[in-house]
Design a protein around this ligand. Structure first.
Ligand SMILES: *Cc1c(COP(=O)(O)O)cnc(C)c1O
Length: 338
């Protein structure tokens, strides 16, 4: 049996069509701002979300880190959920790169509620950092791919305005949310001051993320990208894969969600599965009786099924374009055998 890789949607490899597009790319030098394919990608993404400008960067960690520094200065503080990527998985970059403080909020499901925003904001005292930015994820990764609805995002935007906060979207998987909500990028773009979008997750491009914002923010973002070592030269080869992904790989994300639902319904039948987090997009997170997440992942590995442990207890399966419906059926058979 071949290996079925559910570790992450980052493991996807370029399709023949995407590779072909990359081979045809016209390139220049993006540090000089003269790579036509990078410029085309940035213009396309900005327009799609109704933002003035965009910046192509090597990773989503970098686009998030740049956004934090665009909106906040030293002695400022960011609010996010406790499970947020910017807090958990960016090596403490908010402090290292930006000299920023963070206030992680413990919520029930990884989603911030607009009603509580005012409570999170520090008073104007010398001994408190100034609360400057609210950041959310849609979908919420560590929370199991949960989705903020349009109304939830809109209410948070209103709360940010009332409380004088900037609003950043870590939209690593925003297209997974949009296809599920049946919304267009333009419907939600204007709710945020900046948006970070990963091209190398479910969309299947090999490298890169986009940061969207107004012209002033993106001008500063370009300088911050350079100082972080993220200025690339003939990046058009990579940008071309991203343009291809935006044109061909967005609508198909619903298939990944169907595959995740198939896994969920199998897991629901199994007596050794103790808990499953609600499945809303392409992630399935669950726990297993008597085995740690690492032990269970090791057991799966012996059957050529790869998954990850999110913590000691939580196992994660992520569906993506490189696992077929047949692969999912095979994995379900294996799971049923225990
Ligand atoms: C993957 C991811 C990122 C960025 O990750 P990179 O590996 O640096 O591209 C940011 N936020 C979330 C929620 C993610 O899942």
């Amino acid at each position: 049996m071949h290996t079925i890789d559910f570790r992450s949607d980052t493991v996807t490899k370029p399709t023949p069509g995407m590779l072909n597009a990359m081979m045809q790319a016209e390139v220049g030098d993006d540090v000089f701002g003269t790579d036509p394919t990078v410029n085309a990608l940035e213009a396309k993404a900005a327009k799609l979300f109704g933002h003035e400008a965009a910046l192509y960067c090597p990773s989503g960690t970098m686009t998030n880190q740049i956004a934090l520094q665009v909106h906040c200065g030293r002695l400022d503080e960011i609010i996010c959920d406790y499970t947020a990527h910017i807090y958990q998985y960016e090596t403490g970059g908010y402090a290292y790169n930006g000299g920023l403080a963070i206030k992680p909020i413990h919520t029930e499901n990884g989603k911030l509620n607009h009603k509580n925003v005012a409570d999170y904001i520090n008073g104007d005292f010398d001994w408190l950092p100034k609360t400057a930015l609210l950041s959310i994820e849609n979908t919420c990764n560590r929370a199991g791919g949960l989705i903020y609805s349009y109304d939830e995002m809109k209410a948070l935007r209103a709360a940010c305005e009332v409380n004088n906060l900037k609003f950043h979207l870590d939209g690593a998987r925003i297209f997974n949310a949009l296809v599920e909500l049946n919304l267009k990028p333009k419907d939600i773009g204007p709710l945020f001051d900046t948006i970070s979008i990963c091209m190398s997750k479910g969309l299947g491009a090999p490298v890169g993320s986009l940061l969207l914002g107004n012209s002033k923010s993106i001008k500063l973002a370009r300088r911050l990208r350079k100082v972080m070592g993220g200025g690339m030269r003939q990046a058009g080869y990579l940008a071309s894969a991203c343009i291809y992904a935006l044109d061909h790989h967005v609508d198909r994300l619903v298939d990944d969600h169907t595959k995740a639902k198939t896994l969920e319904s199998t897991l629901k039948e199994l007596s050794y599965v103790s808990e499953i987090k609600p499945v809303q997009s392409n992630m399935v997170i669950f726990s297993v009786d008597g085995l740690s997440a690492i032990e269970f992942s090791e057991k799966m590995r012996s059957y050529n099924i790869l998954c990850t442990g999110m913590s000691n207890t939580w196992v994660r399966f992520v569906t993506h374009m490189d696992v077929s419906q047949d692969d999912v059926e095979m994995a379900c058979q294996r799971l049923k055998q225990g």
